[in-house]
Design a protein around this ligand. Structure first.
Ligand code: 13P
Length: 332
């Protein structure tokens, strides 16, 4: 088995998910300001150290996605983040795209950038201790969007990134996110997500990316946040798994993003997925659904570090518990 296949299997091992703590400096700074914390390199570091040193995090988390700033930072005891995280029994990863930028020729749509010089950057990240990477492409639903151009350009970039990662022995998390913003129905989200995934699969094939050495990080198939009818977890699970069935059994695993769903809804949807028998594991790679309650509980108060950690621990436990349905489905 190649290094990537082994790492991808470890990232999606039964009963565990991935913690996405890779907000960019500007996004993280905004979130800190929202809870009254002055955003500095040190406050961002303190917050990430709080998250990853949560007691027994490794019981429900296989890997943590960091941003470039955190990858180069040290714990308060002086150990570099990647090394300290490895010691905790968790795999360190790194977000390598440089963000979704306005796409020339496609008003209102974005192209995720970061391909220039990527192989050299990946070598540096691997040297620093990262074993996997993440790249997020973003699609917005309207009546006319996403356009074919946005789907083609972003899928091509995702595949070029994934191929570069595998050459550097880093597992690529391939994240095509169809956003929840808008009034669209669950059916429309299903249609768009299926089209995006078809293009991504085609481009991954064109770039000879091995599916056993990637982790797919999709949105759940869900109605737009301004749609009048809210789908049940069973409806979300059924629609999501129906779209995912187009992925070959060889795929290492699927780790969902939470996409701005309330934490409890994301967990309920994840639990409902587990009653579907699929050839690949279905787990979580949540950002906001895991960390927002922790950030709110801590809000920069040194005396509340443990309260923040308890909030994270309870959401990790709830999501790890949601994965248990699978054990009943697929007895050893
Ligand atoms: P959310 O779970 O908050 O959507 O974040 C996941 C992520 O990694 C976005 O790129």
């Amino acid at each position: 088995m190649s290094t990537c296949n082994e790492t991808a299997a470890a990232m999606t091992m039964p009963g565990k998910g991935i913690l996405a703590a890779d907000e960019s400096i500007s996004t993280m700074s905004t979130r800190l300001e929202q809870v009254g914390v002055v955003p500095t390199a040190e406050s961002r570091r303190d917050y990430r150290e709080l998250l990853v040193t949560t007691a027994d995090l490794a019981a429900g988390v296989s890997g943590v996605i960091l941003c470039e700033e955190t990858l180069g930072q040290v714990f308060s005891d002086g150990r570099p983040f990647p090394e300290a995280i490895r010691t905790l029994g968790i795999l360190p990863g790194i977000k390598v795209d440089t963000g979704a930028k306005p796409c020339p020729g496609l008003p209102g749509e974005t192209i995720t950038e970061g391909l220039d010089g990527l192989p050299a950057r990946l070598a540096g990240y691997a040297e620093a201790g990262a074993v996997f990477a993440k790249w997020r492409a973003v699609f917005t639903i309207t009546e006319e969007r996403p356009s074919w151009g946005a789907i083609a350009a972003n899928s091509s970039a995702l595949a070029r990134y994934a191929a570069a990662c595998q050459e550097a022995d880093l597992v690529p998390i391939v994240e095509p996110e169809v956003l929840m913003s808008g009034e669209h129905s669950l059916e429309r989200c299903a249609e768009v997500t299926a089209s995006v995934h078809a293009a991504v699969r085609q481009q991954l094939r064109a770039m000879n990316v091995g599916l056993a050495g990637i982790v797919l990080k999709p949105n759940m198939v869900i109605e737009g946040e301004d749609h009048p009818v809210r789908a049940t977890p069973e409806q979300v699970a059924e629609a999501t798994v129906a779209v995912l069935r187009a992925w070959p059994a060889e795929l290492a695993g699927v780790a969902f993003l939470s996409g701005g769903q309330e934490p409890e809804r994301a967990t309920a949807n994840l639990a409902a997925m587990q009653s579907h028998n699929t050839p690949w594991p279905l787990t979580f790679s949540f950002g906001r659904a895991l960390v927002s309650p922790a950030l709110a509980a801590w809000h920069g108060d040194e005396g509340l570090v443990e309260a923040g950690q308890r909030a994270l621990a309870s959401h990790v436990a709830a999501n790890a518990n949601a994965l248990r349905g699978r054990e009943r489905l697929q007895p050893a």
